[in-house]
Every structure is written in structure tokens, then in C-alpha cells.
Design a protein around this ligand. Structure first.
Ligand code: ADP
Ligand code: MG
Length: 438
């Protein structure tokens, strides 16, 4: 009854750690299983006594559940040479091979209202890869812990299910691999192996970069289907909701929502303080609560900036040897605390967009309607509306005393083009978004 035995094993597999399963259950060979009982072949005597002490009860209970009766258990030594059930030489994958950063774990992730849903979903996936939610799609602004959670999932899966092969890649790496494969034509096998055949858990960071990249979208679609169809776990991170990714094929958009879509928001004050304290403790820094409060009230939008402030403070402390007080933190962090509050300004948008398109800010304000200037002007207006508090009339004024309806039309035009798969404006907008987020 091989079917029954494999069901029993499958059941046990869910009840013990993977390493224990591999060591103690994989080598078992079921010689017979019937109403008389179960006859098992074991590799060695020492194995048998350990097995009986530690796992026999579990085996009995599981068998009883599946058979409806308590079978008798008989063991025999397997003849040497015959070793069909011996585990293959099994080398767990290293975090490095998987592309994982070992410091990003669930332990080092501070949970608050802003991220508890995403964190719980990530843990669910790590606990039951391929079963809980597939795909898991985590989205949120930059610096809020998406990458951290992706690595935490990977690290946890390698720890708890060491027979699963995990692959973490940034979307950029994926795109590069596609380009390489298509360019050489020879690497299709290794591409396939990397992303499909020898991959049980695929973690792709910043999937918004697929936007506008048609060939990569086709390859990703194939990878997605192959993994999904064999119940392999897929986890994606993104800076926005699936349907807001510009120039992304409809079929991918919908697939990204097949499982669970969760967002991470800006952490609240308490969470920010807790994160600071956790990071300080890790650095061996004594962080008075007033100082943590000072930093957390000024730096709100981005956890990476919170970390940056601590690093700076730490260096300052080591250099001066002075005790850490609120005054000294103000001194050390001066500009950083101010920057944390600073929003993107209209000037900065104009300058950045002008640089990007190789025109001058004056051109953006000027009358020319040439495409080479009009497109950058529209994009600049779009970013001003998105990133600053300026109203439409105020923006019209800033862009060479134009009417507010011109700005409204420009912003709408950009938004429309971002949704249009035939337009390549999304690439520009994505690049610029990155610049503004730095
Ligand atoms: P994202 O990928 O969303 O841009 P990251 O995951 O790179 O953000 O996070 C930026 C930094 O902030 C990382 O060093 C990460 O460890 C840290 N971080 C973010 N959220 C948390 C959190 N809840 N607890 C601890 N560290 C965090
Ligand atoms: Mg990230």
C-alpha cells in the first residue's frame, strides 16, 4: 500500500521539523502495511533505538488516524547494500546561494499597526510555503520594510524547511537575466533551472520594474505559471498596488492579485520609537527615550532614514565621547532632522526633471510647445502635483503663468499615458520616482 504509506509520511512531515523528518523518516522503508501491522526496514540498530524513543509514538498516532486501528509495528534491519530509502546526500541551500541577507529576519522586524498585517501574511507564507497565500503581494512606499520582509520569509523557510530551494532576486536582476538569455540564446536552460526547476520559493523585489518591459513580462508570466501550477510559493514586493503599475500586461496584473495583496504603511510614532530602540540595542548603543522621541517625531516617512540617523549619532558619539543627550542629538543630527521634515519642492522637481531630459528649468517655464520640451513640462507638472502641496493655480503660476486648467490637463495626460501600454513614458516616470525617493 504505497499510497497509504506516503500519505502517512506526508502527514508526519507536517508535524516535525524538516531536518528531523529527513534524518528519521526518510530512511524508513515500508516493507508491508496491512491489517497485520506495519513492517519497517531501518538502516541501523542505533537508529532504531533512537527512533523508538523519540518518534514511535508520533508514528503510531498518525497510523491510527489513517488506518482507524492501532497496527502492530515490526522492525527489521535492512540488508546492507539495499538502501533504497537512504537519504540522498542532502546539502541544505545556504542563504547566500538563495540571495538572502541573513540579518533581515522576523526577529529583527518590529511589528506595529502599520505593518502587522503584512508581517502576519509573510509569516503565514514562511510557515506553509505554497499553501497559505499564493502569490503574496506586499506593497508600500520606499523604506518601510518590504525588502526586509522578503528576506525574512526566505530565511525562515531555509531554517524551518531546509529542503526547499529559495531564490531572492530584485526585479532588475530578473530583467537582466532575461536580457542575457535572449541575447545569447544559449542560456535558456540555466534560466529555466534558476527560476523554475530548482526553485521552490521565488521572492522578487520591486516588481514595478517590470512595467514597460514586454519581453521580461512574457518570461515572468511563464515563470509565474510554472511555479504557481506546481504550488511553489511566489512573493512579490512593489511600491504600488498591482493595477497601478504602469504598462503591465493585464494578465500579470490579475495574477498578482490571485493570492493576497497586503500593504505596509508609514509606522506610527510608537513603532518608530520601538524600531530606533531595537536598532540602537543592536549597535550596543544606549538610547535615552527622549532622544528616541526627538528622532521619531522628526523622521516619519522612512525607516531607512531612522536607521541613518542612528548611524550618524553613533559615529558622533564615538568621535566625541560625550554622553548622549537631547542637545547633543540635535547637534549631531541638525540637518538630518530638518531634512526629514522637508518635502520635495517645486524647484527641486523642475531641476530634476529638466536634468533628466536634458533641458533647462527655464524651458519648462517657457512658451515652447515642442515635444522635446512639452513632455518634460508635463512630467514635471505631474510630479509637482504628486510630491508637493502646491495647488493647480499655484503650479500654473510657477510654470510660466499658465492657466490652472493647463496643469490639470498635463497631469491627466501623464496619468493616461502611464496606463497606456504603447507609451514608454513609464520608464521615465519610474526612473524619476527613484530619484525623488532617494
Ligand atoms: P523597502 O524595501 O520597503 O524600501 P527596506 O526593507 O529596505 O524597505 O527597509 C529599509 C530599512 O529599514 C532596512 O534596513 C530595514 O531593516 C529597516 N526596517 C524597515 N521596517 C522595519 C521594521 N518594522 N523593523 C525593523 N527594521 C525595519
Ligand atoms: Mg526594497
Amino acid at each position: 500500500m504505497p499510497g497509504l504509506w506516503s500519505r502517512v509520511l506526508e502527514d508526519i512531515r507536517g508535524q516535525v521539523r524538516t531536518d528531523a523528518y529527513n534524518t528519521w523518516f526518510r530512511p524508513l522503508v515500508c516493507a508491508a502495511l496491512d491489517s497485520d501491522g506495519l513492517r519497517l526496514q531501518v538502516p541501523e540498530d542505533f537508529y532504531l533505538s533512537w527512533f523508538q524513543d523519540n518518534f514511535e509514538t508520533l508514528l503510531r498516532e498518525t497510523l491510527e488516524r489513517h488506518l482507524g486501528l492501532q497496527p502492530e509495528l515490526r522492525y527489521e534491519r535492512r540488508a546492507s547494500g539495499a538502501s533504497p530509502g537512504l537519504p540522498e546526500v542532502f546539502v541544505p541551500q545556504s542563504a547566500r546561494d538563495a540571495g538572502l541577507e541573513t540579518a533581515y529576519t522576523f526577529d529583527s522586524f518590529v511589528v506595529g499597526d502599520s505593518n502587522k498585517f503584512a508581517q502576519a501574511a509573510a509569516q503565514g507564507v514562511a510557515h506553509k510555503p505554497g499553501e497559505a497565500y499564493n502569490p503574496l503581494f506586499i506593497y508600500g512606499n520606499v523604506g518601510l520594510g518590504k525588502t526586509h520582509l522578503l528576506h525574512a520569509i526566505g530565511n525562515e523557510i531555509l531554517r524551518a524547511h531546509d529542503d526547499r530551494r529559495v531564490r531572492y532576486v530584485t526585479c532588475e536582476t530578473f530583467v537582466n537575466d532575461v536580457v542575457q538569455m535572449l541575447a545569447t540564446g544559449r542560456q535558456a536552460d540555466s534560466f529555466r533551472a534558476l527560476y523554475r526547476d530548482s526553485c521552490d520559493v521565488l521572492l522578487v523585489d520591486d516588481i514595478q520594474f517590470l512595467g514597460g518591459k514586454g519581453k521580461s513580462q512574457i518570461e515572468f508570466f511563464n515563470v509565474f505559471n510554472a511555479l504557481y501550477g506546481t504550488r511553489k510559493q511566489i512573493v512579490l514586493s512593489c511600491d504600488r498596488y498591482p493595477r497601478d503599475i504602469p504598462n503591465l500586461e493585464q494578465r500579470l496584473q490579475s495574477r498578482f492579485q490571485w493570492g493576497l495583496v497586503v500593504d505596509i504603511e508609514q509606522p506610527d510614532l510608537e513603532t518608530r520609537v520601538a524600531i530606533l530602540q531595537r536598532k540602537a540595542a543592536k549597535k550596543g548603543m544606549e538610547l535615552p527615550s527622549e532622544v528616541a522621541m526627538l528622532i521619531a517625531t522628526h523622521i516619519k516617512a522612512n525607516v531607512r532614514e531612522l536607521e541613518g540617523s542612528l548611524t550618524r549619532l553613533h559615529a558622533y558619539l564615538e568621535l566625541t565621547g560625550a554622553p548622549l543627550t537631547v542637545e547633543m542629538a540635535r547637534l549631531a543630527l541638525g540637518t538630518l532632522l530638518a531634512e526629514g521634515n522637508q518635502r520635495v519642492t517645486v524647484e527641486r522637481v523642475m531641476q530634476t526633471v529638466a536634468n533628466y531630459y536634458n533641458v533647462s528649468p527655464k524651458d519648462l517655464m517657457g512658451p515652447s510647445r515642442k515635444r522635446a520640451v512639452a513632455t518634460p513640462r508635463h512630467v514635471a507638472m505631474y510630479f509637482c502635483k504628486k510630491l508637493t502641496d502646491a495647488s493647480y493655480p499655484a503650479l500654473g503660476e510657477r510654470f510660466g503663468k499658465r492657466d490652472h486648467s493647463t496643469v490639470v490637463a498635463a497631469v491627466q495626460k501623464v496619468e493616461r499615458l502611464l496606463r497606456d501600454p504603447r507609451s514608454d513614458l513609464a520608464t521615465d516616470v519610474n526612473r524619476l520616482t527613484e530619484v525623488f525617493e532617494q
